[in-house]
Design a protein around this ligand. Structure first.
Ligand SMILES: [Mg+2]
Length: 346
């Protein structure tokens, strides 16, 4: 994997960077905390490129994701460690959806100058960003292998995640077949409910937070990518297709049906709704980062995978021209489930 920019955090004082003295201390700290795992990442931060050495019989999974202030996060709403956590979580969740094991992460930041310096006794925004990022990276044994820093009028974070998966064994969106059952991990709508709470709290100007409020906010602020569950599904060979829920059930299930050339019916009563979520948030709210997957109807799946509950929510049915790809069964009749993609803050 080559790196298009000429530094691996190694030279913050390069000509196109306005980062100040003290930044090399930051980079040393980042480097110290991102010790590469032996074997697969032979060279990490500090050289012109990172060097990866995939295990034999594996192929690499690569995903990239751009987060921009005002669109994917808000500086006035999201603490910096939350932005760091969420940036990495988005990438890890894509690896989880493919059943891939994380190998290395690369993150590039464009930041207004004031986010790179200490504010009185408070650490700089960028330090707290890396704190949130590296905490999640450590819990998924994902080394930070490089990236770039530059001054930018708008804060942005660009993540690249490299994963590995045995050849021809990655979970794809396209494998769902007639008669397969549909499953989802965890609960739905929690992130949308948390975001609504966060926005409400910001409007009212309140800053205090109770334990209950933290429980409601946490799926939005600290989503947990389902790496262990994706690996489990891939190892067991039970899933025929999979996708992560980044844009909401309605949108992502439509993607899965589209790629598989299939249709789906789900039961409204079966949806594992987050206790704080409305039905609308469960069906259309984005950023839950749960896994949605299919398995043969006769396959026996556990009630939980690696500690996360698993729920059967419907089946794959035949696709018929002129009929919606996804239908929700309610107590009285059925309704089509149109994709209502996640709108971020636009
Ligand atoms: Mg995805």
């Amino acid at each position: 994997v080559s790196y298009s920019l000429d530094v691996q955090y190694s030279s913050p004082a390069s000509e196109n960077s306005s980062f100040k003295p003290g930044e090399s201390a930051l980079i040393s700290r980042i480097r110290a905390r991102s010790r590469p795992r032996s074997g697969e990442l032979t060279i990490g931060i500090g050289d012109d490129c990172a060097l990866l050495k995939p295990r034999s019989g594996e192929e690499l999974a690569v995903t990239t994701d751009l987060s921009i202030a005002g669109r994917h996060f808000r500086l006035d709403l999201h603490p910096p460690d939350v932005v760091g956590h969420r940036t990495l979580a988005r990438g890890l969740s894509d690896l989880a959806a493919m059943g891939a094991r994380p190998v290395a992460a690369f993150v590039s930041l464009g930041l207004p100058g004031d986010l790179t310096v200490r504010q009185g006794r408070r650490p700089a925004w960028i330090d707290l960003f890396y704190e949130g990022f590296l905490k999640l990276a450590q819990s998924h044994r994902t080394p930070l292998a490089g990236g770039d820093l530059a001054e930018s009028p708008v804060a942005l974070a660009d993540i690249v995640l490299i994963g590995a998966v045995p050849k021809n064994r990655a979970l794809l969106r396209s494998g769902a077949r007639l008669g397969d059952a549909l499953y989802v991990t965890g609960s739905l709508g929690g992130a949308a409910a948390g975001l609504a709470m966060l926005q409400k709290r910001a409007r009212s100007g309140k800053r205090s937070s109770s334990g209950r409020m933290n429980n409601i906010l946490s799926p939005h602020l600290y989503p947990q990518p389902r790496i262990a569950q994706g690996l489990w599904l891939r190892r067991k060979g039970l899933a025929t297709a999979a996708i992560d829920l980044s844009d909401g059930l309605s949108t992502d299930l439509n993607h899965l049906c589209e790629e598989s050339g299939a249709a789906a019916e789900i039961d409204e009563a079966a949806l594992p709704m987050h206790p704080a979520a409305s039905l609308d948030q469960a069906l259309h709210g984005g950023e839950d980062y749960e896994l949605l997957f299919t398995a043969p109807g006769a396959a026996r799946l556990p009630h939980a995978i690696e500690g996360v509950p698993l729920t059967r929510i419907g089946e794959i049915v035949k696709r018929r021209p002129g009929r919606p790809a996804v239908i929700v069964r309610r107590s009285r009749g059925t309704v089509p489930l149109e994709p209502q993609g996640w709108q971020h803050f636009s």
